[in-house]
Design a protein around this ligand. Structure first.
Ligand code: SF4
Ligand code: SF4
Length: 326
Protein backbone atom coordinates (compact mmCIF):
# COMPACT_ATOMS: atom_id res chain seq x y z
CA UNK A 1 0.00 0.00 0.00
CA UNK A 2 2.72 2.47 1.08
CA UNK A 3 4.86 1.50 -1.94
CA UNK A 4 1.95 2.06 -4.27
CA UNK A 5 1.50 5.58 -2.91
CA UNK A 6 5.18 6.38 -3.46
CA UNK A 7 5.07 5.06 -7.01
CA UNK A 8 2.07 7.28 -7.63
CA UNK A 9 4.00 10.40 -6.56
CA UNK A 10 5.59 12.59 -9.16
CA UNK A 11 9.29 13.51 -8.86
CA UNK A 12 8.74 16.75 -6.95
CA UNK A 13 6.52 15.01 -4.38
CA UNK A 14 9.19 12.36 -3.91
CA UNK A 15 11.89 15.01 -3.32
CA UNK A 16 9.65 16.74 -0.82
CA UNK A 17 9.06 13.45 0.98
CA UNK A 18 12.80 12.78 1.14
CA UNK A 19 13.53 16.28 2.43
CA UNK A 20 10.79 15.91 5.00
CA UNK A 21 12.19 12.55 6.16
CA UNK A 22 15.72 13.95 6.41
CA UNK A 23 14.45 16.92 8.40
CA UNK A 24 12.66 14.58 10.85
CA UNK A 25 15.78 12.44 11.23
CA UNK A 26 18.04 15.42 11.91
CA UNK A 27 15.53 16.90 14.41
CA UNK A 28 15.49 13.51 16.17
CA UNK A 29 19.32 13.45 16.27
CA UNK A 30 19.39 16.96 17.78
CA UNK A 31 16.75 15.99 20.34
CA UNK A 32 18.62 12.81 21.22
CA UNK A 33 21.84 14.81 21.77
CA UNK A 34 19.96 17.37 23.88
CA UNK A 35 18.38 14.64 26.01
CA UNK A 36 21.77 12.95 26.46
CA UNK A 37 23.35 16.23 27.55
CA UNK A 38 20.46 16.85 29.92
CA UNK A 39 20.80 13.37 31.45
CA UNK A 40 24.55 13.90 31.88
CA UNK A 41 24.07 17.24 33.60
CA UNK A 42 21.31 15.84 35.85
CA UNK A 43 23.63 12.95 36.79
CA UNK A 44 26.39 15.40 37.67
CA UNK A 45 23.94 17.47 39.72
CA UNK A 46 22.62 14.51 41.70
CA UNK A 47 25.96 12.84 42.31
CA UNK A 48 27.00 14.01 45.76
CA UNK A 49 30.49 15.49 45.71
CA UNK A 50 33.06 13.33 47.48
CA UNK A 51 34.01 14.85 50.81
CA UNK A 52 37.39 13.13 50.60
CA UNK A 53 39.36 11.64 47.71
CA UNK A 54 38.90 7.93 47.16
CA UNK A 55 42.49 7.54 45.99
CA UNK A 56 45.55 9.31 47.28
CA UNK A 57 48.80 9.37 45.31
CA UNK A 58 51.89 10.56 47.13
CA UNK A 59 55.25 11.37 45.61
CA UNK A 60 57.36 9.59 48.22
CA UNK A 61 60.51 9.95 46.14
CA UNK A 62 61.86 11.41 42.92
CA UNK A 63 64.75 8.94 42.86
CA UNK A 64 64.89 6.70 39.85
CA UNK A 65 67.68 4.72 38.21
CA UNK A 66 66.09 5.23 34.79
CA UNK A 67 65.79 8.12 32.40
CA UNK A 68 62.83 7.10 30.25
CA UNK A 69 62.41 8.96 27.00
CA UNK A 70 58.89 10.20 27.81
CA UNK A 71 59.35 10.97 31.49
CA UNK A 72 59.83 14.47 32.93
CA UNK A 73 61.41 13.05 36.11
CA UNK A 74 64.89 14.43 35.39
CA UNK A 75 63.47 17.88 34.64
CA UNK A 76 61.99 18.25 38.11
CA UNK A 77 63.74 20.65 40.43
CA UNK A 78 62.91 22.78 43.43
CA UNK A 79 61.36 20.13 45.64
CA UNK A 80 62.83 17.43 47.90
CA UNK A 81 64.08 14.27 46.28
CA UNK A 82 62.45 12.34 49.14
CA UNK A 83 59.30 13.50 50.84
CA UNK A 84 60.13 14.41 54.45
CA UNK A 85 58.99 11.60 56.73
CA UNK A 86 56.95 13.87 59.03
CA UNK A 87 55.05 15.15 56.02
CA UNK A 88 54.30 11.63 54.82
CA UNK A 89 53.04 10.67 58.29
CA UNK A 90 50.80 13.74 58.34
CA UNK A 91 49.27 12.86 54.97
CA UNK A 92 48.51 9.29 56.03
CA UNK A 93 47.10 10.56 59.33
CA UNK A 94 44.93 13.03 57.40
CA UNK A 95 43.46 10.03 55.54
CA UNK A 96 42.63 8.05 58.65
CA UNK A 97 38.97 7.05 58.87
CA UNK A 98 38.05 8.86 55.64
CA UNK A 99 37.28 5.77 53.58
CA UNK A 100 40.29 6.02 51.27
CA UNK A 101 40.04 3.05 48.92
CA UNK A 102 43.44 3.24 47.27
CA UNK A 103 46.81 4.56 48.39
CA UNK A 104 49.66 4.89 45.87
CA UNK A 105 53.08 5.84 47.32
CA UNK A 106 54.25 6.98 43.91
CA UNK A 107 53.90 9.76 41.34
CA UNK A 108 57.09 10.86 39.59
CA UNK A 109 59.77 8.46 40.76
CA UNK A 110 60.56 4.82 41.40
CA UNK A 111 58.98 3.82 44.73
CA UNK A 112 61.46 0.98 45.29
CA UNK A 113 64.25 3.58 45.26
CA UNK A 114 62.78 5.30 48.29
CA UNK A 115 64.89 4.75 51.41
CA UNK A 116 61.66 4.93 53.44
CA UNK A 117 59.46 2.58 51.43
CA UNK A 118 59.30 -0.16 54.02
CA UNK A 119 58.44 2.28 56.81
CA UNK A 120 55.90 3.93 54.52
CA UNK A 121 54.18 0.63 53.67
CA UNK A 122 54.12 -0.35 57.33
CA UNK A 123 52.57 2.99 58.31
CA UNK A 124 49.96 2.92 55.55
CA UNK A 125 48.86 -0.63 56.31
CA UNK A 126 48.69 0.10 60.04
CA UNK A 127 46.84 3.39 59.73
CA UNK A 128 44.64 2.73 56.70
CA UNK A 129 43.87 -1.00 56.82
CA UNK A 130 40.96 -0.52 54.42
CA UNK A 131 43.09 1.09 51.68
CA UNK A 132 44.46 -1.02 48.84
CA UNK A 133 48.14 -0.24 48.29
CA UNK A 134 49.26 -0.01 44.66
CA UNK A 135 52.90 -0.08 43.60
CA UNK A 136 54.10 1.06 40.19
CA UNK A 137 57.63 0.03 39.41
CA UNK A 138 60.08 -0.28 36.55
CA UNK A 139 61.17 -3.56 38.20
CA UNK A 140 64.87 -2.75 38.15
CA UNK A 141 65.31 -2.74 41.93
CA UNK A 142 63.03 -5.67 42.55
CA UNK A 143 64.81 -8.57 44.23
CA UNK A 144 63.95 -11.22 46.82
CA UNK A 145 64.18 -8.74 49.63
CA UNK A 146 62.01 -6.00 48.06
CA UNK A 147 59.55 -8.64 46.83
CA UNK A 148 59.16 -10.05 50.33
CA UNK A 149 58.72 -6.54 51.68
CA UNK A 150 55.88 -5.81 49.22
CA UNK A 151 54.16 -9.07 50.09
CA UNK A 152 54.67 -8.56 53.83
CA UNK A 153 52.67 -5.34 53.71
CA UNK A 154 49.89 -6.79 51.59
CA UNK A 155 50.18 -4.65 48.50
CA UNK A 156 47.06 -5.10 46.47
CA UNK A 157 48.46 -4.71 42.97
CA UNK A 158 51.89 -4.26 41.40
CA UNK A 159 52.18 -2.47 38.04
CA UNK A 160 55.35 -3.16 36.06
CA UNK A 161 56.25 -0.57 33.45
CA UNK A 162 57.88 -2.35 30.51
CA UNK A 163 57.85 -0.62 27.16
CA UNK A 164 59.28 -3.11 24.75
CA UNK A 165 59.49 -6.73 23.79
CA UNK A 166 63.06 -6.72 22.47
CA UNK A 167 66.10 -5.65 24.46
CA UNK A 168 66.93 -2.97 21.93
CA UNK A 169 63.53 -1.28 21.91
CA UNK A 170 63.07 -1.65 25.68
CA UNK A 171 66.44 -0.07 26.47
CA UNK A 172 65.82 2.67 23.92
CA UNK A 173 62.74 3.67 25.95
CA UNK A 174 63.78 2.81 29.51
CA UNK A 175 67.22 4.37 29.27
CA UNK A 176 69.63 3.28 31.99
CA UNK A 177 67.89 -0.04 32.70
CA UNK A 178 68.90 -3.50 31.54
CA UNK A 179 66.22 -5.58 29.86
CA UNK A 180 67.37 -9.02 31.03
CA UNK A 181 67.61 -7.89 34.63
CA UNK A 182 64.12 -6.38 34.64
CA UNK A 183 62.50 -9.43 33.05
CA UNK A 184 64.30 -11.76 35.48
CA UNK A 185 63.20 -9.60 38.43
CA UNK A 186 59.56 -9.57 37.33
CA UNK A 187 59.57 -13.31 36.74
CA UNK A 188 61.15 -13.77 40.18
CA UNK A 189 58.32 -11.73 41.69
CA UNK A 190 55.72 -13.82 39.88
CA UNK A 191 57.41 -17.02 41.13
CA UNK A 192 57.16 -15.72 44.71
CA UNK A 193 53.44 -15.22 44.23
CA UNK A 194 52.94 -18.90 43.56
CA UNK A 195 53.66 -19.61 47.22
CA UNK A 196 51.85 -16.57 48.56
CA UNK A 197 48.45 -17.23 50.03
CA UNK A 198 46.98 -13.75 49.49
CA UNK A 199 46.00 -12.65 45.99
CA UNK A 200 48.19 -9.85 44.62
CA UNK A 201 47.17 -8.31 41.31
CA UNK A 202 49.83 -8.04 38.62
CA UNK A 203 49.84 -5.81 35.59
CA UNK A 204 52.35 -4.87 32.93
CA UNK A 205 52.01 -1.44 31.41
CA UNK A 206 53.44 -0.70 27.97
CA UNK A 207 53.67 2.98 27.09
CA UNK A 208 53.25 3.01 23.32
CA UNK A 209 55.34 5.34 21.16
CA UNK A 210 56.04 5.41 17.41
CA UNK A 211 59.22 3.41 18.10
CA UNK A 212 57.75 0.50 20.03
CA UNK A 213 54.28 0.23 18.51
CA UNK A 214 55.43 -2.60 16.25
CA UNK A 215 56.29 -4.76 19.26
CA UNK A 216 52.81 -4.65 20.79
CA UNK A 217 51.61 -8.04 19.42
CA UNK A 218 54.75 -9.90 20.58
CA UNK A 219 54.61 -8.11 23.93
CA UNK A 220 51.00 -9.13 24.46
CA UNK A 221 51.70 -12.69 23.51
CA UNK A 222 54.63 -12.87 25.93
CA UNK A 223 52.88 -11.39 28.97
CA UNK A 224 49.31 -12.57 28.63
CA UNK A 225 48.92 -15.52 30.96
CA UNK A 226 51.95 -14.50 33.04
CA UNK A 227 50.25 -11.47 34.62
CA UNK A 228 46.63 -10.59 35.31
CA UNK A 229 46.46 -7.56 33.03
CA UNK A 230 48.38 -6.28 30.03
CA UNK A 231 47.82 -2.56 29.48
CA UNK A 232 48.91 -0.92 26.24
CA UNK A 233 48.62 2.82 26.74
CA UNK A 234 49.59 5.46 24.21
CA UNK A 235 52.18 7.91 25.48
CA UNK A 236 50.10 10.72 27.01
CA UNK A 237 52.60 13.53 26.54
CA UNK A 238 52.55 14.33 30.26
CA UNK A 239 50.29 17.31 29.83
CA UNK A 240 52.20 18.64 26.87
CA UNK A 241 55.37 18.94 28.91
CA UNK A 242 56.89 15.51 28.66
CA UNK A 243 59.78 14.77 26.39
CA UNK A 244 57.56 13.09 23.81
CA UNK A 245 54.25 14.40 22.49
CA UNK A 246 51.04 12.46 23.03
CA UNK A 247 50.77 9.55 20.66
CA UNK A 248 47.83 8.28 18.63
CA UNK A 249 44.53 8.26 20.52
CA UNK A 250 45.96 9.32 23.89
CA UNK A 251 43.04 11.71 24.34
CA UNK A 252 40.76 8.69 24.66
CA UNK A 253 42.47 7.89 27.96
CA UNK A 254 40.42 10.73 29.36
CA UNK A 255 41.10 12.38 32.66
CA UNK A 256 43.09 10.45 35.20
CA UNK A 257 40.25 10.34 37.71
CA UNK A 258 40.97 13.86 38.82
CA UNK A 259 37.51 14.00 40.37
CA UNK A 260 38.17 11.06 42.70
CA UNK A 261 41.91 11.14 43.27
CA UNK A 262 44.33 13.61 44.69
CA UNK A 263 48.04 13.95 43.98
CA UNK A 264 50.57 15.21 46.52
CA UNK A 265 54.07 16.17 45.43
CA UNK A 266 57.16 15.61 47.58
CA UNK A 267 57.06 19.15 48.98
CA UNK A 268 53.43 18.83 50.08
CA UNK A 269 51.88 20.66 47.11
CA UNK A 270 48.52 19.25 46.12
CA UNK A 271 47.79 19.09 42.39
CA UNK A 272 44.79 17.81 40.48
CA UNK A 273 46.51 15.30 38.26
CA UNK A 274 49.71 13.31 37.84
CA UNK A 275 50.31 15.24 34.63
CA UNK A 276 50.98 18.30 36.75
CA UNK A 277 54.44 17.00 37.60
CA UNK A 278 55.87 20.53 37.71
CA UNK A 279 53.20 21.86 40.07
CA UNK A 280 51.72 24.45 37.71
CA UNK A 281 48.36 24.57 39.48
CA UNK A 282 48.91 24.07 43.18
CA UNK A 283 45.63 23.71 45.04
CA UNK A 284 47.03 23.64 48.56
CA UNK A 285 49.89 22.64 50.81
CA UNK A 286 49.47 19.72 53.20
CA UNK A 287 52.26 21.12 55.36
CA UNK A 288 49.87 23.93 56.26
CA UNK A 289 46.34 22.59 55.84
CA UNK A 290 44.63 19.26 56.21
CA UNK A 291 44.06 17.24 53.06
CA UNK A 292 40.33 17.37 53.74
CA UNK A 293 40.23 21.16 53.88
CA UNK A 294 42.30 21.42 50.69
CA UNK A 295 40.08 18.88 48.86
CA UNK A 296 37.00 20.85 49.91
CA UNK A 297 38.39 24.30 49.15
CA UNK A 298 36.36 26.39 46.74
CA UNK A 299 39.17 26.38 44.19
CA UNK A 300 39.63 22.59 44.19
CA UNK A 301 35.88 21.90 44.18
CA UNK A 302 35.25 24.19 41.27
CA UNK A 303 38.18 22.72 39.35
CA UNK A 304 36.80 19.19 39.84
CA UNK A 305 33.38 20.41 38.86
CA UNK A 306 34.80 21.94 35.67
CA UNK A 307 36.75 18.80 34.83
CA UNK A 308 33.75 16.55 35.35
CA UNK A 309 31.76 18.79 32.96
CA UNK A 310 34.51 18.69 30.37
CA UNK A 311 35.52 22.31 30.98
CA UNK A 312 39.28 22.06 30.89
CA UNK A 313 40.29 25.69 30.60
CA UNK A 314 40.57 26.56 34.28
CA UNK A 315 43.79 24.69 34.97
CA UNK A 316 47.07 25.32 33.19
CA UNK A 317 48.07 21.69 32.91
CA UNK A 318 44.60 20.73 31.64
CA UNK A 319 44.90 23.33 28.91
CA UNK A 320 48.27 21.90 27.90
CA UNK A 321 46.97 18.35 28.21
CA UNK A 322 44.00 18.98 25.98
CA UNK A 323 45.89 20.91 23.35
CA UNK A 324 48.50 18.19 23.43
CA UNK A 325 45.97 15.43 22.96
CA UNK A 326 43.93 16.87 20.14
S1 SF4 B 1 58.88 6.72 33.88
FE1 SF4 B 1 59.28 5.84 35.90
S2 SF4 B 1 61.08 4.58 35.58
FE2 SF4 B 1 61.03 6.00 33.88
S3 SF4 B 1 62.28 7.76 34.50
FE3 SF4 B 1 60.15 8.19 35.01
S4 SF4 B 1 59.96 7.60 37.14
FE4 SF4 B 1 61.78 6.58 36.32
S1 SF4 C 1 42.57 17.25 31.44
FE1 SF4 C 1 43.57 17.90 33.34
S2 SF4 C 1 42.87 16.51 34.94
FE2 SF4 C 1 42.40 15.58 32.94
S3 SF4 C 1 44.15 14.25 32.49
FE3 SF4 C 1 44.57 16.22 31.53
S4 SF4 C 1 45.73 17.40 33.05
FE4 SF4 C 1 44.78 15.67 34.09
Amino acid sequence: MYLKQIVAFDNSSLSQLLLHTLAILSIRAVLRAQIKRRIMSVRLDVMPPLSFPRSVLVETTLRCPADCIFCPNKKISGRPIDMPWELFIKIVDDCRGKGVAGFHPFINGEPLASPCLEDALAYISRTLPEAAIHIYTNGYLLDDSTTEMLLRYNVCEVHFSIDGFSKQVYEQHRRGLIYERVIANVKGFLAHLENHTVKVGTRVVFTMTPDNEGEVPAFRQFWEGLVDTVDILPCDGRGGEGRLPAFKDAQKLGCFQATESTYILSDGSVVACCKDWAGYTVLGDVNINSLQSIWNSTEYRSLRDDISRGILSSCEVCRRCVSDSL
